[in-house]
Design a protein around this ligand. Structure first.
Ligand SMILES: Cc1cc2nc3c(=O)[nH]c(=O)nc-3n(C[C@H](O)[C@H](O)[C@H](O)COP(=O)(O)OP(=O)(O)OC[C@H]3O[C@@H](n4cnc5c(N)ncnc54)[C@H](O)[C@@H]3O)c2cc1C
Ligand code: FES
Length: 270
């Protein structure tokens, strides 16, 4: 079994922490960012005072056109993400990537469905689609308006359809109900392709709905990772399908984090 080539770690400098509302931040840093596909990620830690042993995976959120700066969308949920959000301007962060495989780049006009920090992989995609004159359809679901962290970054470049559980913004209900509503209205048609990233229960529900209504579906998993480049087997998921040969397991950090829903055995158990 091959490991992904280990990338060189780079030390970058925090330029600012941008508040996205709902307790999440864009952690913007100066330093060269290689070309990165939507869905690829970096292993990240602070240069000083990193509180845990291992770096943590984060999707790239923004990347300057000339690659001179970038950002991660971070919600502080534990020691690592809190340390990143506590960085002061000028302090260092160590990044290693891009890692993993991105969403397929040969799908025209995918419908992107996001929940929580699962919004992160879609800003690059929205910028690319906007530049090509084909605004991306983004469905973004949260409990409340406040929970839709980062939604304003998409307002002028994508067709944003929001849903909230409490009805405080956009469609009143789950993002899956919003997707069904858009199907009924002809905004989304059977045979199209969904790209989805968010909490596991949401991705299960989106995958099940896509199967039922005849949409193709790719999911970007937020599996817990240790090394990030294929050596620890800490991120395996059960899979099926041609690209894995007869082997029923896949390392999310190498062959993922993006999988077609039909490749994931967990998604077949609904
Ligand atoms: C490919 C990839 C991209 C990611 N992109 C982003 C991103 O853009 N923004 C972002 O904020 N986060 C992202 N994450 C998630 C982030 O890496 C984790 O939440 C990370 O564990 C946070 O580290 P921590 O030290 O703060 O918290 P930890 O101590 O690692 O975890 C804090 C709490 O969250 C739980 N937890 C953490 N990860 C998982 C998981 N995968 N499944 C279930 N429970 C979990 C832990 O059990 C614990 O209760 C991504 C993960 C992956 C794999
Ligand atoms: S995180 Fe170590 S093999 Fe994937």
């Amino acid at each position: 079994m091959l490991a992904a080539p280990m990338k060189q770690s780079r030390v970058h400098t925090l330029r600012r922490r941008r508040d996205l509302g709902g307790g999440s931040f864009a952690i913007e840093f100066d330093g060269s960012v290689p070309v990165t596909g939507p869905g690829q990620f970096f292993m990240v830690r602070t240069a000083e005072r990193w509180p845990v042993q291992l770096p943590r995976p984060f999707s790239i959120y923004e990347r300057a056109a000339d690659g001179s700066w970038g950002s991660f969308l971070v919600k502080p949920v534990g020691p690592g993400s809190r340390a990143l959000c506590d960085l002061e301007a000028g302090e260092g962060l160590v990044v290693n990537g891009p890692l993993g495989l991105p969403f397929p780049d040969d799908i025209e006009d995918p419908i992107c469905v996001a929940g929580g920090v699962g919004l992160a992989p879609f800003l690059l995609l929205a910028q690319q689609a906007h530049a090509a004159g084909r605004p991306l359809r983004l469905l973004f679901g949260g409990r409340t308006r406040e929970a839709l962290s980062g939604i304003d970054d998409f307002a002028s470049i994508a067709r944003v359809f929001a849903s909230t559980d409490d009805g405080s913004h956009g469609f009143h209900g789950l993002v899956t109900a919003l997707l069904e509503d858009l199907l009924a209205k002809g905004e989304v048609e059977a045979g199209e392709t969904v790209f989805c990233c968010g909490p596991d229960p949401m991705m299960h529900a989106v995958a099940a709905l896509c199967e039922r209504v005849g949409l193709r579906c790719f999911l970007s998993l937020e599996t817990y990772m240790a090394c990030g480049y294929g050596v620890c087997n800490g991120c395996t998921v059960e899979v099926q399908g041609e690209r894995f040969g007869d082997w029923p397991y896949s390392r999310t950090c190498v062959e993922g984090p993006v999988y077609e829903a039909c490749e994931l055995r967990a998604m077949q158990r609904h």
